[in-house]
Design a protein around this ligand. Structure first.
Ligand SMILES: Cc1ncc(C[n+]2csc(CCOP(=O)(O)OP(=O)(O)O)c2C)c(N)n1
Ligand code: SF4
Ligand SMILES: [Mg+2]
Length: 350
């Protein structure tokens, strides 16, 4: 129904954020996805997160691959930069854009086919390089766009309408931990209360923030035997913590669960408040997070929440010592420093 234009007029009473923008200013075009698709709930959570953080839309770059999930950047942040790349190639395009201009917020939107099948190598390398981005995998266990073949994240033995998956699954969260990601979380598209603070925290994080979001495909993979269905996730979800996000300017939400609360300050000055549901769970222990995931998976549970956070993380620019100014703002003097400088650089390699 893309031919139906969204109304441009706002009701005067719509709430505004610190920049004077309404929620509507963070929306995109009308979605063409199937009614009930989990991906639309993730777009809604992203809109809410950016509205609440009072982000300037022109300072965001949305990048994606190919798939129903990769179509979604068209449905949020209509005033931001967008680039729909080739299947599985979003990470390298995002890495290049980030190297050219570190001043933007990079949202990489992908699917489980896009990230864990054709794009697995690209996923691995952008994570290990610490590219400063929020990488969202909208994980439904199938290739939704091409009619529901199992993807590499589908659990062994999970059933679609017509087949049983015989291959072992790839868990992107475990992979991200092994590859050195400095922010690793999993959530569920239907749990806005958990997903929105996680997205806000990921946006405030410096480094590779990986968010695996189980997002049921109502068309090809929402049968009760699928481990990516609404019913299965609701019944087998194990949340390890509930986080609240506070930006330095204002406190966004206060909704503490009973139990201990831990504050973690991120590089941008924002504070994460982790309300721990499990006294033994420590989100700063990478090795413990890996074994906890394996343990709960064996018990048939899907662990959600903030699984790992390194508050002292660095990103690819720190590692490479790149220039702070975006490349498009450098003048001829900086770009062409002259023959003597070039000679000195070359001499350094002799
Ligand atoms: C190079 C290349 N190979 C294969 C395809 C066909 N193709 C398009 S989308 C897709 C899978 C999408 O699955 P996923 O990333 O999980 O997204 P979903 O539709 O499930 O959200 C495939 C195999 C393609 N477009 N390009
Ligand atoms: S086919 Fe599946 S993934 Fe694609 S829009 Fe429909 S419900 Fe969503
Ligand atoms: Mg998919």
């Amino acid at each position: 129904m893309t031919y139906i234009a969204k109304p441009k007029l706002h009701h005067k009473a719509l709430p505004t954020n610190a920049l004077g923008f309404t929620h509507r200013d963070y929306e995109g075009r009308i979605s063409t996805l199937c009614a009930g698709c989990g991906h639309d709930s993730i777009s809604a959570a992203l809109i809410q997160a950016c509205f609440e953080l009072s982000i300037e839309p022109h300072l965001v770059a949305k990048l994606s691959g190919i798939g129903c999930s990769s179509k979604t950047p068209d449905y949020f942040l209509g005033n931001s930069h967008g680039f729909n790349s080739v299947h599985g190639r979003m990470p390298s395009v995002l890495t290049g854009a980030n190297l050219a201009n570190r001043d933007l917020i990079y949202l990489g939107v992908s699917g489980d086919g896009d990230s864990a099948s054709i794009g697995l190598g690209q996923f691995a390398h952008c994570v290990r390089r610490g590219v400063n981005m929020v990488y969202i995998c909208e994980n439904n266990g199938v290739y939704g766009l091409t009619k529901g073949q199992f993807s590499a994240t589908a659990d062994k033995g999970s059933k679609s309408k017509t087949a049983v998956n015989s291959d072992a699954p790839i868990d992107l969260v475990s992979m991200a931990l092994v590859l050195g990601a400095s922010f690793v979380a999993r959530s569920f598209s239907g749990d806005k209360k958990q997903l929105v603070p996680l997205l806000k925290a990921a946006i405030g994080h410096k480094g590779s923030a990986i968010l695996d979001v189980i997002s049921p495909c109502v068309q090809f993979n929402n049968n009760p035997q699928s481990t990516k269905s609404y019913d299965f996730v609701r019944e087998h979800n194990e949340a390890v913590n509930r986080i609240d996000m506070m930006v330095p300017r204002e406190e966004i939400t206060i909704d503490y669960e009973p139990g201990t609360v831990e504050e973690v300050r991120q590089h941008d000055g924002s504070v994460l408040r982790l309300a721990k549901l499990h006294p033994g769970y420590d989100p700063h222990d990478r090795v413990a997070a890996i074994s906890y995931l394996q343990d709960r998976h064996r018990a048939g549970e899907i662990v959600t929440g903030l699984l790992y956070l390194d508050p002292e993380s660095e990103d690819i620019h720190d590692a490479l010592g790149t220039v702070k100014t975006p490349l498009n703002q450098l003048g001829e003097k900086e770009l062409c420093p002259g023959a003597a400088k070039l000679e000195a650089v070359n001499a350094g390699y002799r």
